[in-house]
Design a protein around this ligand. Structure first.
Ligand code: KIV
Length: 283
């Protein structure tokens, strides 16, 4: 069994140019699959709102949802570096509130780190949580919790003015004490520049190759999430199709009495005559 990576291992990977692999998971089986696959890191993303809970966005997701899913993930992947995603409302109100909620991820669900969205505007939150001794991952670019304010799920930093904001955000996240940062949906030229500029590991989702590792949403890469597929996703399997086809076959079997077969039933251990006598007692 592989030893769980620590933040120091992640830094060593960056130093040695080894790319980090990172996936979201929300429940026991998915976390267990990720660990069996040798994933370096798991994010219990608030994307669980869309992928698992059926919401249109991430905003309705609560701390209770996140804690419960983080607990399931930890049970499924006890030896993988795992990160809880701070849901909308859990860090917007005050530094104190942000620390209180970040602490819950460690105490109640044994997470190794927390992630929160935003750059300059959340710098004081990152500082407060980091000073409480918690590993923080920043998240800039397309930040789904503020997709309303961004005008939708849109790539960021494609023009110079937007790119300047991204660079300022990245520096603010690092200066505030975050130990790593995620760039979402931005051009690779900007990703390369930010990765070069910062000392902390820089990971990307929809941000191209030139960074220290990649995150992918399990629902997207496995073809579980059917509402839409972002441009940056590579789909490695179509699990939804496998599920629907399997369920159709089951429906067909049951309708035609083809399931259960003899091999699926428990056989009596006394004679049929003895069973007939028993049934007669109740007739
Ligand atoms: O919740 C999540 O899975 C995320 C990714 C979209 C980066 O924050």
């Amino acid at each position: 069994m592989a030893r769980k990576k620590s933040i120091l291992d992640l830094y060593k990977m960056k130093e040695e140019g080894e790319k980090l692999t990172w996936i979201t998971a929300y429940d026991f089986p998915m976390a267990s699959f990720a660990e069996q696959a040798g994933m370096d890191m798991i994010l219990v993303g608030d994307s669980l709102g869309m992928v698992v809970l059926g919401y249109k966005g991430t905003v309705p997701v609560t701390m209770e949802d996140c804690i419960s899913h983080c607990q399931a993930v930890r049970r499924g992947a006890p030896n993988t570096f795992a990160m809880g995603d701070m849901p909308f409302g859990s860090y917007q109100i005050s530094d104190e509130d942000a620390v209180r909620n970040a602490v819950r991820f460690l105490k109640e669900s044994d997470m190794d780190a927390v992630k929160l969205e935003g750059g300059v505007r959340v710098a004081s939150r990152i500082k407060a949580i980091s000073e409480a001794g918690i590993v923080v991952c920043g998240h800039i670019g397309l930040t789904p919790q503020s997709s309303g304010a961004l005008g939708g799920f849109k790539a960021q930093g494609r023009k110079v003015s937007g790119a300047r904001d991204m660079i300022r955000d990245a520096l603010a996240v690092q200066d505030a004490g975050a130990r790593m940062i995620l760039l979402e949906a931005m051009p690779p030229e900007l990703t390369a520049f930010i990765t070069e500029l910062l000392d902390i590991p820089v990971y990307g989702i929809g941000a191209g190759l030139p960074c220290d590792g990649q995150l992918i949403i399990c629902g997207d890469m496995l073809g579980l999430f059917q509402a839409f597929t972002p441009k940056f996703v590579k789909q490695y399997a179509n699990v939804a199709e496998i599920c629907v086809n399997a369920m159709k076959a089951y429906v067909d079997d049951v309708k035609h009495s083809a399931f259960p077969e003899d091999k699926h039933v428990y056989h009596i251990q006394d004679s049929i005559e003895d069973f007939e006598k028993l049934f007669d007692e109740f007739r």
